[in-house]
Design a binder for this molecule. Structure first.
Ligand SMILES: [Zn+2]
Length: 431
């Protein structure tokens, strides 16, 4: 059984705060899944899978697939799949980042994904990610690091020095964003700083993937406690909900949770949705007598990525007939240009499933005169030929470093996915 709403949301907030990077998110999810009875698999080993058992495997430490080998026949019953992504827009530290100006040490940053840049100013920033290092004995290793406390800031320029700031201030990522780390009297090497903070003496940092993040933790917001604000709701919220839901799978059916990396930069990578990870795990999960394509046509992928709730100050940014609101339930997303993979067969099935479970649904389609975002659903559908629906929880401020969603919605999506994973009826339209 899923936890009660307060406990469910409490676990979600802890997960969000403990997952500043995709690496940390996958580590957290691995611990959660293992505690729920999922057995860790190594991609490089032979697998001997047992019907009714639950497993998970990671890729690059930043993508994860959890699956249940069902007791029924995958050929006739298909696979119940849920997808989401582990990455979020952020500021990543450049390879040679040190900038010394006016007695300050700053770090050059690259913008990862379609970040809203203005919210990054005047935040208490920390740094987290993965470092690769060599020990004094020549041993090569890697580890996750997190400074945890605020170690940097990107101050706004005072309005007195930029009188037009409220009218037309734009952000140049090369010039305006390098965060300030400290005051220095001599030049310092960032790799040495990392080594002295996290490694043993004489260990040497060879390289890293590190990002800045806002240290402010998740908070419940609103006079009636209706909302919660956090970083990375897009799309760690869906990752958490998916993991909670697949933990409820009863073992009857083949189920799979696919959490990919690099969605915010197009998904074309070894650990992205346009890479081989999902396909290879599905092949290994199925018996060799059946072609994956036969099973996939009878499967369904529920691709979960947050949706845009209508903003009351900017409501004309939405189509007047399609204005999802916070706490109104999960949103079905459609787009005729296939930026979302939803079609009437997949949305019809999902609508019935939610109505049977008494879960409210909302619908989103873009205004006809503005473009539409996309997500992993269309990519997985195009790669694997799997029927797909795109859904997501409504949120404000997508791609800000501080996003807001409704406290009622996460468990509604979890209940929908739990029903989906345990759905007894066949997913095939041909009987
Ligand atoms: Zn997303």
């Amino acid at each position: 059984m899923l936890p009660k709403k307060a406990d469910f949301n409490g676990g979600l907030y802890q997960f969000l705060d403990a997952s500043p990077t995709p690496f940390h998110a996958v580590a957290q999810l691995s611990t959660m899944l293992e505690a729920s009875g999922f057995k860790p698999l190594n991609a490089f080993d032979n697998w001997s899978l047992v019907a009714g058992e639950k497993y998970f495997v990671t890729h690059n430490g930043s993508a994860l697939i959890a699956f249940v080998v069902g007791q029924d026949d995958a050929w006739t019953r298909g696979i119940r799949m849920v997808g989401a992504h582990t990455d979020s827009p952020c500021l990543m530290v450049k390879p040679k980042p040190e900038i010394w100006t006016n007695g300050y040490l700053q770090l050059g940053v690259e913008v990862y994904g379609g970040a809203l840049l203005n919210p990054w100013f005047d935040r208490d920033l920390s740094i987290a990610g993965r470092i690769v290092f060599q020990s004094a004995e020549g041993q090569l290793s890697h580890q996750l690091i997190d400074f945890e406390h605020p170690v940097a800031t990107i101050p706004s320029l005072a309005i007195h020095l930029d009188r037009d700031a409220n009218k037309n201030r734009s952000v140049n990522p090369q010039k305006d964003l390098p965060p300030i780390l400290m005051q220095v009297t001599e030049k310092m090497d960032f790799r040495q700083l990392l080594a002295s903070r996290f490694l043993s003496p004489n260990d040497q940092v060879l390289d890293y993937e590190l990002c800045f993040y806002d240290t402010q933790g998740t908070a419940i917001v609103g006079l009636g406690n209706e909302f919660f604000s956090s970083a990375r709701l897009d799309n760690l919220l869906s990752c958490y909900v998916g993991a909670q839901a697949i933990a409820q799978a009863d073992g009857s059916h083949h189920c799979l949770l696919f959490l990919s990396d690099h969605e915010e930069v197009g998904s074309v990578s070894a650990s992205g949705a346009d890479g081989p990870f999902l396909e290879s795990v599905i092949e290994r999960m199925l018996s060799s007598s059946v072609a994956a394509s036969q099973v996939l046509g009878r499967s369904l992928l529920v691709s979960c990525d947050n949706a845009h709730a209508v903003h009351p100050n900017f409501k004309t940014a939405h189509d007047a007939q399609h204005q999802p609101k916070l706490n109104g339930g999960p949103v079905i997303k459609t787009n005729v240009k296939q930026r979302y993979a939803t079609n009437s067969l997949t949305s019809g099935r999902f609508r019935k499933l939610c109505s049977d479970a008494d879960i409210p649904l909302q619908t989103f389609v873009s205004r006809s005169d503005v473009g539409c975002g996309s997500t992993i659903g269309p990519i997985a559908a195009a790669r694997l030929g799997i029927p797909t629906i795109d859904v997501g929880i409504p949120q404000f401020a997508m791609h800000s470093c501080r996003e807001t969603a409704g406290v009622e919605d996460p468990i509604l999506l979890a209940m929908a996915l739990e029903s989906f994973f345990n759905l007894a009826e066949s997913l095939a339209w041909d009987g």
